[in-house]
Design a protein around this ligand. Sequence first.
Ligand code: ZN
Length: 578
Amino acid sequence: MDNVGIMRCAIYARYSTNMQRAASIEDQVRQCRGYAAQHEGYEIAEEYVRFDKALTGATVKGRDSLSFLLDAAKREPRPFDVVLVDDTSRLARNTEDSLRTVAIFKFNNVAVVSVSQGIDSRQKSARQLLTLNAMIDEQYIVGVADKVHRGQEGRVLQGLVAGGRCHGYRNVPIEDPTKMAKYGRPAVVGVRAEIDEEQAAVIVRIFEMCADGMSLSQIAKTLNAEGVVSPQLSRNRNQRSWGTSSIREMLYNERYRGVLVWNRTQKVRNPETGKKVSRPRPASEWKRVDVPEWRIVSEELWKRAHDSYAERKRNFSALTTKSGVSKASTSKYLFSGLLVCGECGANLVIVSGDGKRAYKKYGCPSHRYRGTCTNGVMIRLDRLEEQLLHYIESEILTNEMAAYTVGRFEQELNKRLSEMVAQSEDYKSAADNLRRERDGIRAKAERIVTAISEAGHSTMLLKSLADAEEKIATLEARIEAHRPPDVKHAVAEVREYAYKSIFDMKSLFRGVIQKAKVKLAQHIKELRLTPKQRDGEWVYEVTGEWELLPENKCVILLVARDGVEPPTRGFSVRCSTN
Ligand SMILES: [Zn+2]
């Protein structure tokens, strides 16, 4: 904007084979050039037409051309005023990254325009629109991740080992003699786990000792004293001995009862490092398959050992939970970990109530347990969740937002439809060819039948008739496979998906806590609760960053009404002497 009326445009394009909308670099750049041509004063800064190839885009790390443009935007004077992209999914494949990228350009007074979606970062609603678009793009990534996962599932179902070694079993390679690998050896197509009798005997003994009431450390000591070989440890630990954790792990390893459990973890990309890390999945999503040939421990022994272990744990926890709060007990609530004391910055935790005889209440732990914070206002868990959810539903997941999302999905729908029309043309001609071939063979089969009726059957005639019939069956199957895609069905599917994804956001918050927590954490950084007095009533003023709101800040008032308590003297005295 330094030259009056002239907008110098950079273009950024990205191609990745695993993108749903795999527009080529050339197509993307053409789209952007077309946009510039339609807008007066828009000029392409040719040396800033850049692209990245074949990166998955799940993270912005390692995307050289994008980094180049970001660096260039920071220069003084800046070399361009606008960055044109075909689609926001070119910038990043997750909400955080694309918002951050746009924010950096914006900070340097460079606008970002996504040409095919018509979003201009100078628009008032740009932030909301970008968030929604990025969320839709994320759905695609989730879809791809699902497919990768399904491949693994298939392998597991074939009875192959999904990875790693396990004490009690030997991994035996499965060879395919029809395929040859290097050095003339058959190719290894998988690995099968076989029971190692010697190790299996030790596992049975561990379960028996546990069933007999021995503690984990007693079992470990016994095995170490006897010099029994322990499971192989990770490479950085050179000492091989039995410990309580490895024994506990074995007690819970369902492979020993002939059950393979998988889907226990999932790979999630760390937005900062770009690396994938493993996260546990909730037990409800675990999958099991019986593999009887893996059983080492009888069902009866498994049950006896677990009953005995559970009973000892119950007795143990009865002794320990009476004193102090357990941090883990707060982690199963929707907003825990996001709530911060406005006075001292500590994470708010459940400070009172067990949920049965008394309501659970959030409060500041620095006040309650250490007496180092003046914030003594408590708020009931249910009231806090209800009020915050109500706010999210009424202010963020509005009809306007829903309408926009449906609009975006309809765009997708149209693209998908034209793809399908093109595809069905191809299918139609392929199917016509197959039909012609089939009709030819049918005619031949009829001639054979006529020949048989006139000249009597011969082995040769019968054989060629059978061959012809087999060919016809094969062709029928191929014609069936080339049936044009069912457009009507697809439309219904996409539409349903559109509406579902909107309502998913709503139901998510009312549904599975673990899932909702992940979503909340993605869109809310932290919620700062500051105690305020209003009309003689205690309220919590909530401030925080909500990505879906037009401004970064919002203030909600939560009626606390659940009392104020003085710091507990006993705790503060004990803490100060420690
Ligand atoms: Zn505090």
